[in-house]
Design a protein around this ligand. Structure first.
Ligand SMILES: Cc1ncc(COP(=O)(O)O)c(C=O)c1O
Length: 355
């Protein structure tokens, strides 16, 4: 069945797959909902915005994305308000960030209002795919890639933008053991680290694998002279609480500008809790750990919201953080974001969009 709603053509599935899915046992990232949004960039404009049944794409072997890697993406979540309304958290920020990533990769930008409209309509149509339990969500994956059938290094002139969705269960983030990465780097100022570009993730796989072989969950990415400056952890931004002050590395072109990070800074400021964006060197963390003033360390990102750090290895020094039960800042931030996503707490900044 094909209908036209605003300028998005909608073709619904004949038969939903929803009744084959067990919301109480959702493997992460393997189950996809009924529909997806697709738009194609040709001759200088995005055309044929459509919501169609989720399914395969065919690809030309010379598709430029397969060779030169022009591909950017986003990760966000839709959740349910207690009254059953689907909610999106900061879709405007995700729309802006995918375009910032696209600019860095010399790709076409997708208009921000159409991004929010596309996501809203897709989520409204597949609303029943949002798992109702608190902490569960419908994960949204907007992405864009180069489709010119050409070999030769230059920007593609055609692109595909797609959004598909996947129901995911609550993220039980157990505290993580981290190792300060000494050999590899994720990004440098002037590089592509600030873009959510596919290649950045490919480059992170080997160091993450080697760290896991050594018994760690993730690496802490380092930058700056002598690689002393802390950047991020795995695929999250990083926060420290040292002697009552919350510190997160200032973005410098190498660090992804996390939307969770930005919200955390605002929430802390709203509560009058001192929060500083600045360079933080590993030596300062070691000194705080030795002085007993390193109170908390956590990763911040859409997936886990807060991922507490239990241990941090730097060279031959193992630092153990205080138990999570005694922590205040990380758990407060997580409670607040989970509350927002369930429509249970006030939203003074208008971060939530009801679908
Ligand atoms: C490298 C990296 N850093 C940080 C983040 C956290 O960003 P956000 O809070 O927008 O999910 C992500 C996830 O998108 C990431 O991939």
């Amino acid at each position: 069945m094909t209908t036209t709603t605003s300028s998005i053509r909608v073709e619904r599935v004949q038969q939903s797959r929803l009744d084959t899915v067990n919301f109480n046992d959702l493997p992460f990232g393997k189950i996809f909902s009924d529909h997806m949004f697709v738009s194609d960039y040709r001759d200088g404009e995005w055309t044929d915005d459509r919501i169609i049944p989720f399914g395969h794409f065919t690809m030309h072997p010379a598709s430029m994305v397969l060779h030169y890697g022009q591909a950017v993406f986003e990760g966000m979540k839709a959740s349910l308000h207690e009254d059953g309304t689907p909610l999106l958290l900061r879709p405007d920020e995700h729309a802006k960030r995918i375009n910032a990533s696209a600019r860095r990769m010399m790709m076409a930008e997708f208009p921000e209002d159409r991004f929010v409209e596309a996501i809203s309509q897709l989520v409204a149509l597949d609303k029943d795919w949002i798992p109702p339990t608190e902490g569960s969500a419908l994960y949204l994956r907007p992405y864009m890639y180069a489709t010119d059938e050409f070999i030769g290094v230059r920007p593609s002139e055609s692109y595909r933008f797609c959004v598909f969705t996947a129901p995911v269960g609550p993220y039980y983030a157990k505290p993580v053991r981290l190792v300060v990465e000494q050999e590899y780097v994720r990004a440098v100022p002037g590089g592509t680290g600030e873009a959510k570009a596919a290649g950045n993730y490919a480059g992170s796989l080997l160091p993450a694998h080697l760290a896991q072989q050594r018994g760690f969950d993730q690496v802490v990415w380092m930058g700056g002279p002598n690689r002393k400056q802390i950047q991020e952890v795995g695929t999250m931004n990083i926060f420290f609480v040292i002697d009552g002050e919350v510190i997160t590395p200032a973005t410098d072109g190498a660090i992804l500008k996390g939307i969770t990070r930005k919200m955390f800074i605002q929430i802390l400021k709203d509560r009058g809790i001192p929060v500083t964006e600045r360079v933080i060197e590993i030596d300062e963390v070691v000194a705080a750990s030795e002085a007993g003033t390193l109170q908390e360390m956590f990763g911040a990102g859409t997936a886990a919201v807060v991922s507490h750090v239990s241990e941090l290895q730097y060279k031959d020094k193992l630092m153990t953080l205080p138990p999570v039960e005694g922590r205040k800042i990380g758990p407060m931030l997580k409670r607040y974001i989970d509350g927002l996503r369930a429509g249970k707490v006030e939203d003074p900044h208008g971060w939530i969009v009801r679908v």
